[in-house]
Write a protein that binds this ligand. Structure first.
Ligand code: SF4
Ligand code: SF4
Length: 714
């Protein structure tokens, strides 16, 4: 019966309990010390709704933890597969044999397959090998312990199976370390910062696993030389240990035994030493524990809802002036970061050559937290200015690309907004251009300080009713400041108004009673102004008993839908792309005019990444006859920001502009039209097209304008 005796020929092997117990103590002590550091932060109400939290942990645990969704850069989005199968169902005919689809088959197949193609294969496979290998080795060790102390089931086929699995785990780990070394020290991608700790960790893992295999090799040949028990066939199941044992076969049996005994002790003590070092130094490897904790305690608010400052009038301080002003969950977030650099690789601001890097932001905050833990408060650096520069705080467009790709669910944006809140509310310090927009919201109810237009100019002659005259409506059209007051965007408001009329929708507008939803103020850190705007609007909407709202601005959409409920404003909010897509599906409007144009679509961050609306705009475009939709490489979850979010619409941008980079992406597709679903994106492209001098060959148009062309009224 194949089996392995634990501690064979090791006298006094129980002594190994001493380093084992020390390792357990070190894990406890290291964890406690770190917990004390996190507790420097403010309380966080994360234990409410524990049941919901457990439920919401299951999906990321399976897909991101075990299946490595974010690590491989896949989305497992089946919408493309669904569209392809729908098209094929409608289009496949066997007699005469043909596959006829309304849209180019190649494009449909590409978008069906693309969410499953790893965009991060190399780093993904490295982590998968290390994670999977460690998991298998851990499982094997746990089984050995259970079998030794409780139930001796590690015999026969079970033992041989586990021998195989254990060796596989070790091989995975060795391979993972070798690939990681090649990536870090030969390929050297820009997003990775190589520290001495990184080299040390990889070296330690390699030595632990390799010494385990050499020990196994010596054990196999020593057992064969000293006992009648072992049969060569069994040992082959531990395939790498067996291969190594062949190299030691020629040694004298006594030498084999001595080497085996020394290696046994060496491997055990070294492994425990590594655990003690990792725990006491709180090395990067502790993300094995902190990352799942961070995912478990992540924010369960809607993605687009910032945390409100409650009781603003009575609050003694605002935002984050010092690291202790973050909550303890926000501080734990910093320890979950492994410095993988995915966030940096996807940050439009970093990619446009600015100093802001979301990875550096988190790592700098982490070093500062550690510094705070070591020093007295008086002699440590100031959070704003010395640790994080004001330029970095204001450079962020809040596009959420960083959070979307972070494998350990680090939340960058809340932290930036907290620092903005401190600067704006406590210090009245903000970029001059931002001040213009904030003052305009305060005094004129909108951020467009230069405009002379009034909110109803665009509606002249369209016969659209205002609620102050007649509030009998089914749905309110919330126009938003940009579409109501900015010249180019007014054309979008006109297009939306015409589509609603054409579809026979009973709708109205607030007209001169509409004021800014407050979104720019909130993203720029002026929570006070935001709450005034929000409360005023909620009262107004309630006074007209508005239940349902349509808006063409993803920023208004996100704020009214996800943030107004924080102040008692519960409304059904629909973005115009979803509304129009439904009108087309229900046959209320039918785009029939051909548009022989190549069109690409810009995913708005606040529509896509924040609210998951990717399909409706594409369905609308697909419904326009002859329109040729071509996609940009950076799209959907990986969409590249236009540069206008987070209040950046009203701030100066130095160096390469994000919108110019995005316009270059559009130009590369050869599209004649870039379709947008957001007034900020539209404006940013108008500017980008002029800056690149391609006005003759490229136009920016809102999706509503395109549909309006396809369903002319008269
Ligand atoms: S924040 Fe997340 S994505 Fe960015 S470096 Fe850290 S772990 Fe990687
Ligand atoms: S939210 Fe966007 S702009 Fe801000 S740090 Fe993250 S990726 Fe960069």
């Amino acid at each position: 019966m194949p089996f392995r005796e634990i501690g064979w020929e090791i006298s006094q092997w129980w002594i190994v309990y001493i380093p084992g117990i020390l390792a357990v103590i070190a894990i406890g002590y290291g964890g406690y010390e770190r917990y004390r550091l996190w507790r420097l932060g403010k309380p966080a109400s994360i234990f409410e709704n524990l049941g919901g939290r457990i439920k919401s942990f299951i999906n990321p645990a399976i897909f991101d933890g075990f299946a490595h969704r974010r690590l491989f850069g896949v989305t497992f989005d089946f919408s493309g597969v669904r569209s392809l199968s729908n098209e094929l169902r409608e289009g496949v005919s066997f007699f005469p044999p043909k596959i006829a689809t309304k849209h180019p088959l190649g494009g449909l197949i590409r978008s069906a397959v693309s969410p499953f193609i790893p965009k991060e294969f190399y780093p993904g496979i490295i982590h998968f090998l290390l994670f999977g290998g460690a998991g298998l080795l851990l499982l094997g060790t746990a089984m050995d312990v259970v079998a030794h102390y409780d139930y001796p089931f590690m015999r026969g086929a079970t033992y041989l199976g586990f021998s195989l699995v254990n060796d596989l785990g070790g091989v995975f780990m060795l391979l993972g370390v070798i690939l990681a070394l090649i990536r870090r020290y030969i390929q050297r991608p820009q997003r990775l910062t190589n520290t001495a700790e990184d080299a040390l960790i990889l070296g330690l893992i390699f030595v632990v696993v390799l010494s385990g295999f050499i020990l196994e090799g010596f054990r196999i040949c020593a057992v064969a030389s000293h006992t009648e028990l072992a049969q060569p066939g069994w040992a082959r199941w531990s395939f790498l240990g067996y291969a190594l044992s062949l190299a030691f076969d020629n040694l004298a049996p006594a030498t084999q035994l001595v080497w085996y005994q020394w290696l046994w002790w060496g491997h055990m003590v070294f492994t425990m030493g590594v655990i003690i070092y990792i725990s006491l130094a709180f090395s990067k490897l502790t993300h094995i524990i902190v990352a799942p904790l961070n995912v478990f305690f992540r924010s369960l608010r809607p993605k687009g809802a910032l945390v409100p400052i409650l009781n603003l009038e009575e609050a003694e301080s605002f935002g984050a002036e010092k690291i202790e002003d973050f909550t303890w969950k926000q501080l734990m977030d910093l320890d979950a970061c492994t410095g993988c650099g995915r966030c940096q690789d996807n940050c439009p601001v970093y990619l446009s050559g600015k100093a802001l890097s979301p990875k550096k932001l988190i790592q700098d905050l982490k070093s500062h937290l550690e510094e705070k833990g070591r020093k007295s408060q008086n002699n440590s650096r100031s959070l704003i200015g010395e640790v994080i520069s004001e330029d970095d705080i204001w450079a962020c467009t809040t596009c959420r690309a960083c959070q979307q790709v972070c494998p350990v669910f680090v939340e960058h944006i809340d932290k930036t907004i907290e620092m903005r809140r401190y600067l704006v509310l406590s210090e009245s310090r903000f970029p001059e251009t931002a001040m213009g927009a904030l003052t305009s919201i305060e005094t004129r109810g909108h951020p467009w300080r230069g405009t002379t237009a009034v909110r109803t100019d665009w509606a002249d002659g369209l016969g659209i009713k205002e609620l102050s005259q007649d509030s009998e409506i089914d749905i309110l059209y919330w126009v938003g400041c940009t579409e109501a007051l900015e010249d180019r965007s007014m054309k979008v408001a006109i297009a939306v108004g015409k589509i609603l009329k054409k579809a026979g929708i009973k709708f109205g507008i607030l007209g001169s009673e509409e004021t800014c939803c407050g979104e720019p103020a909130r993203r720029m850190g002026n929570e006070y102004l935001f709450q005034i705007q929000a409360q005023r609007n909620i009262e107004l909407l309630k006074s007209y008993q508005v239940k349902k709202i349509i808006t063409a601005c993803p920023h208004c959409f996100n704020t009214i839908k996800n943030e107004y409920p924080q102040f008692g404003g519960e409304f059904e909010v629909i973005h115009h792309t979803e509304f129009i897509a439904n009108l087309i599906k229900n046959g209320r409007i039918e785009p029939f005019m051909r548009l022989d144009q190549k069109v690409t679509y810009q995913d708005s961050c606040y529509l896509g990444r924040y609210n998951g609306i990717y399909d409706a705009p594409r369905e609308i475009l697909a419904s326009i006859p002859r329109l040729n939709l071509t996609e940009m490489a950076w799209r959907k979850e990986k969409g590249f920001c236009c540069g206008g979010g987070g209040g950046r619409m009203w701030m100066e941008e130095q160096g390469t502009r994000v919108n110019h980079m995005r316009t270059e992406d559009v130009i590369k597709t050869g599209a004649q039209i870039v379709a947008t679903a957001c007034p900020f994106c539209l404006q940013m492209f108008e500017d980008g097209i002029k800056a690149k001098g391609v006005e003759e060959s490229l136009k920016a148009m809102d999706i509503a304008e395109l549909i309006n062309l396809a369903i002319p009224s008269e």
